[in-house]
Design a protein around this ligand. Structure first.
Ligand code: ATP
Length: 919
């Protein structure tokens, strides 16, 4: 076994044939046995790249202290400590404040570190969920294994769209080309084949080698693994270069920018207040402490953490609904998607193909049975057996009998699976036929040609078996075979074939044509093998729509999202399916544009067509057409999500705002190029992700309003005190910190977990150019914040006035002052309690959403109140915060006044809703 690695270098550099290469790694054309593969897995380890060690934990933790907020707070703590040292008698309050601020810095650093760590783990976990499989031949049978379980000696089967999962020596190739960009930086595809290569050729140039990390762009082939994991060329480079790439989304950037601006404003205001109060004769230390209070009150300490958590929750919820988000950016963009360009097969439909009709000899034969179980009847089987034999031999898929709880399954293309099933139903033994007519060559399927050809020899003669899209294949046929034998395919017969095709397609069937011809040798190329063919007939297969798609399409329509089908399939089939799932409503007349028409259309005409036709379908399109459609929509200012599964879809997936790849059926290349992967391939999952994307954005707005509006409540009493010449602070910096990082953080986090609001999919998509801090957001913040500010300022001064002594007579240990101080803090906490309910929706009454429906919020609010009670009643905390116990009457007053926040907002919402109804 270990010979595999020992011989790696000579194998890669020395001239050897495919057979010698197989032998050198102890493998054969039958691949390894399962047992041997297991032993090799133990010996060589998993085929994975272990992340190189990143910056040490300590360094990453220390980096948290270099953040702007942290630096500001550390400087503030430094100055406060100096104030303490200079004060005589020693001002214990300054020391407490310095310690409190440092505690805040530490707490923030811990939260920041945890959050980075969690985000990384989430990204890794999501990455691990993206399916990564390899097709191998083991014990002579094709099988699929996780790419991480490949071992040296494994015989892998590759085809267009696959990522190469290990370093391999090619042993068989059919028009195989690969893109070595990941290793060489050269993006042009290069040809690979199984012929021996001179030892002098540079390894990366060697035509017989394919490397881990590169992709197959076209063709098919077999290759034997020579190195896995860290022993691969890619693994070596990865160890040298890989690092963690952080992804800062625009929304996070906007929030960070806003937070910085607010911090700058806070600083300026603090300095101004400091100067004003100092000039008015305030003591240095007290004035400084007050100014610091203002700064700390305004800086949104908990914001970055809350923001990351909300996004992470969004990503997790989407993963639960089968949509894996690879980039956080997508969470935000999803919410403003205006157009979804979707494939048909597998996304709107189940991709569970069942042949229902066969057309040959001018007549339709019905087939009974459902699914992949080869049980059912073919009408007049003798008349279709040759057609089905030719079709079945032209397939790469395998039919797998029931195993465990799974029923009959198809390994490979389901279209081909259906052909194997119907062949069995007609009484053919496909395996025996495969042995009788050995496959000696192939021209793989590609979605541009829409054809696939295999070459077979029997009795010394070689035949090309061709299957593919009827129109494409018909154009290459010169003859037709019917009961009377082979005859020329004249115009009349051609029309008959096309009519039969349209009839089947019109009833939503996917149609494939089948043809043959004799060729000169197994080396026949496209020109020889795919021309002058004899048509044998048509096969129509049913691919039922996914049941959940109808509701998802409806939801997207209500959400103002346009759905445009872009399919490789035939126009009539596409239209029939589009009607079934509701993309084209009853009575509506669609406009279908085919790939050929698209080639003849200039950009301006295409733009007009997109704008003027609400029900557009693109049929028989190639991947490059999809790219054009996506670009055209983007030119029109739309936010486009596009689905893709093939290797050639990668450019369109990259060009779109949201590239959506398929987890089950898609290729590795498509998954690589996309930002979202659908684990179940279903369109309904895109709709679900859009809904969650919208709700994440709403939730971020909610806690922004929640967090910023209370800043006004914290600031106002301080400004008022300065204005009326009250010598002490109505709310100390330590108290502000206790609110911002104690009672406020959890409710803000809980607001980030709100489920999507009812009606979130009933409004048009958000304009992505509209800034997060829009006018209406600021207006709402001011509205809720002002009520808080008035309430809090009122309770403070009302309490102070109860003492009946002049302002100048107050000292910081005055019991009334201590009570008033407690009232201010409790006032903010109680106002925020009601604010938490108010911000849960911009338009809907909280009683409609359900007062108790966000449990985490209720718990968080309860904790917030509990913290406040502790600060008011526990003597050690009273000492730190200079607070006093509040009476039941005090609480009663606070709740009565605090509820005004909710009441006023409910009235505002009611007025707003009324206006909406009237307009
Ligand atoms: P969508 O783009 O919506 O997924 P699709 O699966 O029909 O639709 P393609 O895979 O590009 O798109 O296939 C285009 C056409 O090629 C099909 O309509 C069919 O006629 C033909 N075709 C599909 N698979 C095969 C195959 N394995 N062999 C031969 N022809 C095929």
């Amino acid at each position: 076994m270990s010979q595999a690695t020992d011989r790696r270098v000579p194998l890669l550099t020395q001239e050897c044939t495919a057979a010698e290469a197989l032998e050198a790694v102890g493998s054969s054309w039958h691949g390894l046995s399962a047992e041997d593969a297991n032993e090799r897995l133990v010996a060589h380890g998993r085929n994975e790249l272990v992340r190189p060690r990143q910056a040490s934990v300590v360094r990453r933790f220390l980096a948290q202290f270099t953040d702007l907020f942290a630096v500001m707070l550390i400087v503030a703590a430094g100055i406060t400590s100096v104030a303490y040292l200079l004060s005589d008698p020693p001002d214990i309050g300054s020391l407490q404040l310095a310690i409190a601020i440092l505690a805040v810095v530490l707490l923030n650093a811990v939260i920041g570190f945890m959050q980075e760590y969690m985000a990384e783990r989430t990204a890794e976990a999501l990455q691990a969920m993206v399916p990564h499989r390899a097709r191998v031949i083991r014990d002579g049978e094709r099988a699929e294994v996780p790419a991480a379980e490949l071992v040296p000696g494994d015989l892998v089967v590759v085809e267009a769209g696959d990522a190469v999962s290990a370093d391999c020596r090619v042993v068989e190739a059919h028009e195989l080309t690969v893109n070595n960009m990941a290793l060489t930086g050269e993006s042009a595809p290069v040809r690979r084949d199984a012929d021996p290569v001179a030892a002098s050729i540079a390894r990366l140039e060697a035509r017989d080698l394919v490397w881990m990390g590169t992709t197959v762009t076209a063709g098919t082939g077999k290759a034997v693994v020579v190195a896995t994991g860290r022993n691969t060329e890619f693994g070596r480079i990865y160890q040298l270069t890989a690092g963690a790439a952080t992804d800062v989304s625009p929304l996070r950037r906007q929030v960070a920018l806003m937070a910085r601006r607010v911090a700058a404003a806070a600083f300026a205001l603090g300095v101004l207040l400091f100067a004003v109060r100092l000039l008015a004769g305030g003591s240095l230390v007290e004035t400084f402490v007050l100014a610091l209070g203002v700064m700390v009150a305004l800086v949104p300490e908990g914001l970055p953490a809350t923001m990351s958590v909300a996004l992470a929750i969004g990503v997790r919820r989407m993963a639960k609904r089968h949509a894996l988000i690879k980039k956080l950016l997508a969470v935000e963009t999803l919410g403003s998607t205006t157009v979804i360009c979707t494939d048909k097969t597998g996304t709107l439909t189940k991709a569970e193909m069942t042949v229902q009709v066969i057309w040959t000899d001018g007549r339709v034969r019905r087939v009974s049975g459902a699914g992949y179980e080869p049980k059912g009847e073919v009408e007049d089987p003798d008349s279709v057996r040759e057609l089905l034999r030719v079709a079945a031999l032209c397939c790469d898929a395998r039919l797998l009998p029931p195993a465990g709880r799974q029923g009959w399954r198809v390994l490979g293309d389901t279209t081909e699976g259906a052909l194997l099933v119907v062949a069995a139903k007609a009484g053919l033994d496909v395996q025996a036929e495969q042995q009788n007519a050995a496959r000696v060559g192939e021209l793989p399927f590609d979605s541009a040609r829409k054809l696939m050809t295999t070459l077979h020899t029997t009795d010394g003669r070689t035949w090309a078996h061709v299957k593919g899209a009827p129109q494409e294949l018909l154009a290459r046929c010169t003859h037709i075979r019917d009961a009377a034998g082979i005859s020329t395919l004249d115009d009349q017969k051609r029309r008959a074939v096309l009519a039969a095709n349209d009839e089947m397609a019109g009833s939503a069937l996917r149609v494939l044509a089948v043809a043959v011809r004799e060729v000169g040798s197994a080396r026949a190329d496209h020109d020889e093998a795919e021309h002058g063919l004899t048509l044998l007939g048509l096969v129509g297969m049913l691919d039922p729509p996914r049941p959940e798609v109808v509701a998802a399409v409806q939801a997207c329509r209500e959400a103002g999202i346009r759905i445009v089908m872009t399919t490789g399939d035939y126009a009539l089939t596409a239209e029939a399916i589009a009607r079934k799932v509701g993309i084209i409503p009853r009575g509506a007349v669609p406009r279908t544009i085919t790939g050929v028409e698209l080639d003849q259309t200039d950009d301006a005409t295409l733009h007009t067509a997109l704008v003027e036709n609400p029900y557009l379908l693109f049929a028989r399109v190639k991947p490059e057409h999809k790219m054009r459609v996506v670009s055209a929509f983007k030119d029109l200012g739309e936010i486009v999500a596009v689905t893709g599964d093939g290797a050639n879809d990668a450019p369109a997936l990259k060009r779109a705002d949201i590239g959506v790849a398929m987890g089950e059926s898609g290729t590795d290349v498509a998954r690589e190029a996309s930002v979202m992967v659908l684990l179940d391939d279903s369109f309904a999952s895109i709709a679900a992700a859009v809904e969650l994307g919208r709700s994440v954005y709403q939730n971020i707005r909610k806690f922004l309003i929640y967090l910023f509006s209370h800043n006004i409540g914290e600031l106002m009493p301080i400004l008022a005190a300065t204005a009326v010449g009250f010598p002490l602070v109505p709310l100390s910096a330590v108290q502000v910190l206790a609110i911002d990082l104690g009672s406020d953080v959890l409710p803000a986090l809980a607001l980030g977990t709100e489920p999507p609001e009812p009606g979130v999919m009933k409004t048009p998509p958000r304009d992505p150019r509209k800034p997060l801090f829009s006018i209406d957001l600021v207006r709402r913040m001011l509205f809720l914040g002002s009520i808080q500010a008035v309430v809090v300022t009122a309770v403070f001064f009302w309490h102070i006035s109860k003492a009946g002594i002049p302002f100048d007579a107050f000292t910081s240990d005055n019991p009334v002052y201590r009570e008033a101080l407690t009232m201010t803090q409790a006032g903010i906490v109680v106002c925020q309690f009601f604010n938490g309910f108010a911000v849960r929706s911009d338009r809907l009454s909280v009683f409609r959403i359900g007062l108790l429906s966000n449990r985490p919020l209720l718990a968080a609010q309860a904790i917030g109140l509990a913290i406040m009670c502790a600060i008011s009643y526990l003597p050690p905390l009273q000492a730190v915060f200079n607070t006093a116990p509040l009476s039941v009457a005090d609480w009663g007053l606070l709740f009565a006044l605090g509820s005004l926040v909710l009441v006023a907002d409910e009235i505002r919402k009611a007025v707003h809703r009324r206006k909406e109804v009237l307009t």
